[in-house]
Design a protein around this ligand. Sequence first.
Ligand code: IPE
Ligand code: IPE
Ligand code: MG
Length: 262
Amino acid sequence: MPLSDLLTHIDPAGPEAALARSVNFDRLPKHVAIIMDGNGRWAAERHLPRVEGHRAGIESVRDTVESSARMGIEVLTLYAFSVENWKRPETEVSALMGLLRQYLRLELKTLLKNNIRFNVIGQRERLGREVREELEAAEQRTATNTGMLFNIALSYGGRAEIVDAARRAIREGIPADRLDEDTFASLLYTAGQPDPDLMIRTSGEMRISNFLLWQIAYAEIWVTDTLWPDFRCRHLLDAIIDFQKRDRRYGAVSSGPVTVGR
Ligand code: IPE
Ligand code: IPE
Ligand code: MG
């Protein structure tokens, strides 16, 4: 039971529990995608180096992954590193990769305990060998888990993903008249997964930054000024409560309360 699962991990008398009781767990978004932004600004506000913002962001990742799994969300995708982020200084990139490895080492047990399947999306061949091996080990260890699918977008670009899919279609000799939207979607990194119903961005920026361009065609967007290192389960609950008030029309006429997926 997702509500009771969640309530065993939060203060039952606190504001988070009150939020959790307002969620309709029968109408959860199947797939939640999050642009985790604002680590640098969080650090700057504290006169700390940027890497300290990334380090603090790990706690938000942990809380979000575990809360999502307990709530019964089917797929969670976190945008951790974009293809454009390779333009950052080498010291910041290597610090980020180091933190990623640290997260995996500390959290693999929790992923296994919570029946979470871990999956990397993005141009993984551009990642260093050691990081790649560790990611692949985590994917293998969690491959038979049947609970939430946790996608981590690393060296990810939405346009690059679409170009990769087009190249695959050509290589596999798919005839032009068979290449419809479903076939094309099956060539993306997210093949077989439901499209995101809810897309969250932290730190107040009103842009998509090359994230899941194909898949978010009809995602509901929720932006918060909260910086990623301050993001916790209560913010996720806020986003879900807001999502459940939306009227998703998909270009047609109103169908009443929120519908999940199409
Ligand atoms: C998000 O925080 C983390 C990554 C993009 C890797 P930023 O590092 O972008 O933080 P800001 O946007 O500079 O505050
Ligand atoms: C988006 O954040 C990418 C990730 C969260 C990994 P950025 O900080 O890189 O995006 P821009 O530069 O503000 O668009
Ligand atoms: Mg940023």
